[in-house]
Design a protein around this ligand. Structure first.
Ligand code: PLP
Length: 440
């Protein structure tokens, strides 16, 4: 039995080399555990829109104000995506054109700041994103970034949460033009309210980067920053479960500046096939069952956190409120690095990523931590019982890491577990040439 990679797989017979690779990736995704916190399984409807004829159309500009002809249908597509996004999040305005979360952030900086302006964002080694002022990112070459971090780890497990005293102190001292909330490796709720208060106190604008929790916010599992932040950016492919891409929400008075910063400020023609897929995802996230998904993602992360603690791992901040946990490997095994753990887990069919933990003594390439997320396998139907099995598989793999035979045995157990939770049951075909949801 094989799995076809897209609803349009039958057409790939014309290119066997690419068809083989897509089938191989579909096989990988359905026979190994997907625990990367920024990944998910989109619906077949999102896949279909992404693989549609809309990829053929140039649509520079915005609905009803395009630079090319023939955009009557495309305008409806983008209007639908925008109105679904504003309805879903209760925002005044949405820009659905950013090709990625990074582009959304760059566009906001360009809309709100002058080169050289100061931005206050989360320290990268405490969970901030590259676009929050990494020395390797163009953001740090154009704007001046200062940072806040998390509180120190404490014996009672209450530390390693955003240090709002520090946010306030640095804001007062540095007088940033913009304060950025949001993180790529933080397992707690990010409360927008104190950020908003601090921003108001120092006269700064406030951007909330909801790349990770967008789906949890849409599903009501996390507080919404809309109405508190001046601008909200997010990705559509993490907990929101849509196509790979970005989007921006803002107040009506900022709409013109934001739109101009995305196009022509940063990008050329929009990817309207992806915009259509974003519309599908916004529709799915607004459906009555999505809050149940968001709640299940968090419940699964809590279950995974408990079982990982029972296996002897320390969790940064002691646990989780969202879809991810950050594991400190050192108490489990002081010799084990994040890099080595990621590699051996990969061989066991457990896909995750190494991650720095706050004040990590090891380099960002090696690290002392692992980041695990539950958004994808929750979509595939796993629940708390499977989370306990996953923690046990991770513990077994890392304890047996120099025993290739044991790791191969765990790989077989992982394959068995995944067989009960196929991410695309409707795309399973007998020969890989056709799925039940296929258009052929
Ligand atoms: C993932 C992420 C981004 C960037 O998203 P891309 O689509 O990879 O460009 C931006 N900010 C945060 C906090 C993220 O986690």
């Amino acid at each position: 039995m094989t799995v076809s990679a897209t609803p349009f797989a039958p057409w790939l017979g014309a290119d066997p080399a690419v068809a083989r690779l897509l089938a191989a990736e579909a096989e990988r995704q359905s026979t190994t555990l997907q625990l990367i916190a920024s990944e998910n399984f989109t619906s077949p409807a999102v896949l279909a829109a992404t693989g549609s004829v809309l990829t053929n159309k140039y649509a520079e500009g915005y609905p009803h104000r395009r630079y090319y002809g023939g955009n009557r249908v495309i305008d409806e597509v983008e209007d639908l995506a925008r109105s679904r996004a504003t309805a879903l999040f209760g925002a005044d305005h949405a820009n659905v054109q950013p090709h990625a979360g990074a582009n959304a952030n760059l566009a906001v900086y360009q809309a709100l700041l002058q080169p050289g302006d100061t931005v206050l964002a989360m320290r990268l080694d405490h969970g901030g994103h590259l676009t929050h002022g990494s020395p390797a990112s163009i953001t740090s070459k154009i704007w001046r970034f200062v940072s806040y971090g998390v509180t120190p780890a404490s014996e009672d497990g209450t530390g390693e949460v955003i240090d709002f005293d520090q946010v306030a102190d640095v804001a007062k001292r540095e007088q940033p033009k913009l304060i950025v909330a949001g993180s790529t490796a933080y397992s707690r709720v990010i409360d927008p309210a104190p950020f908003r208060e601090i921003a108001q106190a120092v006269g700064a604008m406030f951007m909330f980067d909801a790349a990770h929790p967008a789906g949890l916010i849409a599903g009501g599992a996390h507080p919404s920053p809309v109405g508190l932040a001046d601008v909200v950016t997010f990705t559509t492919h993490k907990t929101l479960r849509g196509p790979r891409g970005g989007a921006i929400l803002c107040r009506a008075d900022l709409a013109k500046a934001i739109d101009g910063a995305v196009f022509p400020g940063l990008q050329g023609g929009p990817l309207e096939h992806v915009v259509a897929a974003k519309a599908v995802a916004f529709g799915e996230a607004g459906a009555p069952e999505f809050p149940r998904y968001a709640a299940a993602v968090v419940a699964n992360a809590r279950a995974l956190a408990e079982s990982m603690s029972a296996e002897g791992f320390r969790l940064v901040s002691g646990g989780t409120d969202n879809h991810m946990i950050l594991v400190d490997l050192r108490p489990f095994d002081p010799e084990l690095t994040g890099k080595e753990a990621q590699e051996v887990l990969d061989r066991a069919g457990i896909t995750c990523n190494r991650n720095t933990i706050p004040d990590d003594p090891r380099s960002p390439f090696v690290t002392s931590g692992l980041r695990l997320g539950t958004a994808a396998e929750t979509t595939a139907g796993m629940g708390p019982a499977e989370m306990a099995r996953i923690a046990s598989l991770i513990g077994r793999t890392l304890r047996a890491r120099s025993d290739e035979e044991a790791v191969a045995g765990i790989r077989a157990d992982v394959r068995d577990l995944c067989a009960d939770f196929p991410p695309y049951p409707s795309l399973v075909g007998l020969d890989g040439s056709q799925g039940a949801a296929g258009a052929g």
